[in-house]
Design a binder for this molecule. Structure first.
Ligand code: ZN
Length: 118
């Protein structure tokens, strides 16, 4: 069963189920449990204002673009990214979820590869 991704309106499926905020969180957690996919609650702070663009050096753009709720397009003056506001927010939600998941993944001691003596 492919995991389902929440966080972007227009992209229905991705690698995991993520969500920002607490609205309907119980329903989403129940949906994830029924589909046996990871469910990660992501802090929603500034996901609609922070930029998801990538700078030429490969790092993520640190710009925070303040805008009112009626402004539906994210336009970054630093990296030049122009993207739908919800798409930008969704990309940040996924990025935060992957960071949170990476911190929780552990490898059982018995399954670690042993270095071979030469
Ligand atoms: Zn930017």
């Amino acid at each position: 069963m492919p995991p389902i991704y929440y966080g972007q309106r227009r992209k229905a499926r991705s690698i995991m189920l993520t969500f920002a905020g607490r609205l309907n969180s119980q329903a989403r957690q129940a949906s994830a449990a029924m589909q046996a996919v990871p469910c990660i609650a992501v802090p929603p702070h500034f996901t609609s204002q922070d930029c998801s663009g990538i700078l030429p050096d490969g790092t993520r753009c640190p710009e925070r673009v303040h805008k009112s709720l009626s402004v539906r397009t994210h336009v970054c003056p630093s990296c030049g990214l122009i993207i739908d506001r919800d798409h930008n927010s969704g990309k940040l939600v996924v990025e935060r979820a992957l960071e949170m998941q990476a911190k929780t993944i552990s490898v059982p001691v018995g399954s670690r590869k042993q270095a071979h003596a030469t």
